[in-house]
Write a new protein. Structure first.
Length: 277
């Protein structure tokens, strides 16, 4: 599948994005093809924390598992959803679900069929970007929760994004596969989305009591100088429990270490973006 994705990038690289930009919302793809790195947890809780700080945030659940959808208490079976939007069966604004923590473009397992159904569709790698442009004026940030794999859906997200946020767990295999991800990003940047940049790397599942977590953190900082968030997300049982209640951790237990960590990460995210303006 990885090599198929590389071929798609090289093939569609002959097609350039249309002129013009997206002057309103900044689109951030939260991506790591390795599962279990708190990718969806980061998407849900960072979005909720930014909303609490006054930002207007849209979360596009682009993972067929639909965990970001249910993480906001939204029914995965709702229709229309991002699958309908991607195939042109519904306008994006009709699919948005409003919650008090963020607006959500929901997803479910039907999205997994989009890869096959988009075969032969012109500019298929820009379908998500073209769909989101209808919505960007109403938000400050759009977060895309990517699937935990390198496939066409991930390629669509890379083409739609302005920047990438990469969660990396502080465990032994933390850097495994990152080279593949970064190589894919470089190809996408060169051939499909030349303005794509790295927003940053967020360390997750951090345990300051262990040498391993500290060693991994130092290794990641060495690989991504200046790009690693100072805020780190600790191992926290409340972060694991909150999704089963359909709530961000800030709503489930606002005094938990997990809630405090994502609030700190949200403030750092805003500070970084204010400096870039």
């Amino acid at each position: 599948m990885y090599f198929v994705l590389l071929l798609l990038i090289l093939w569609f690289g002959r097609l350039r994005p249309g002129k013009g930009g997206y002057p309103m919302a900044k689109t951030v793809a939260i991506v790591n093809q390795k599962g279990g790195v708190c990718k969806t947890t980061t998407c849900v809780n960072l979005a909720a924390s930014l909303t609490a700080l006054g930002s207007r945030v849209l979360v596009c659940d682009f993972d067929p598992q639909g965990n970001a959808t249910s993480g906001f208490g939204v029914d995965k079976n709702c229709s229309p959803n991002i699958y309908d939007v991607l195939l042109g069966a519904a306008a994006a604004e009709k699919a948005v679900i409003h919650t008090r923590w963020a607006d959500v473009l929901p997803s479910n397992k039907s999205l997994s069929g989009a890869t096959v159904e988009l075969i032969g569709v012109e500019r298929r790698e820009y379908r998500l970007r073209d769909s989101l442009v209808q919505l960007k004026e109403g938000y400050d940030y759009v977060f895309i929760d990517c699937p935990p794999s390198l496939e066409l859906l991930t390629l669509d997200a890379l083409c739609a994004a302005d920047t990438l946020l990469v969660p990396v767990q502080c465990e032994y295999y933390a850097l495994e596969g990152l080279s593949d991800l970064l190589y894919t990003v470089r190809l996408a940047k060169r051939s499909l989305n030349p303005t794509l940049e790295l927003e940053g790397v967020l360390l997750t599942m951090y345990d300051g009591r262990t040498n391993l977590s500290m060693q991994v953190a130092e290794e990641v900082k060495r690989h991504f100088p200046g790009k690693v968030f100072a805020s780190v997300i600790p191992r926290n049982v409340r972060l694991s429990e909150a999704p089963s209640h359909g709530k961000p951790v800030s709503e489930y237990d606002r005094l938990s270490r997990g809630a405090e960590a994502y609030e700190a990460a949200a403030k750092e995210f805003l500070t970084r973006n204010q400096k870039k303006k």
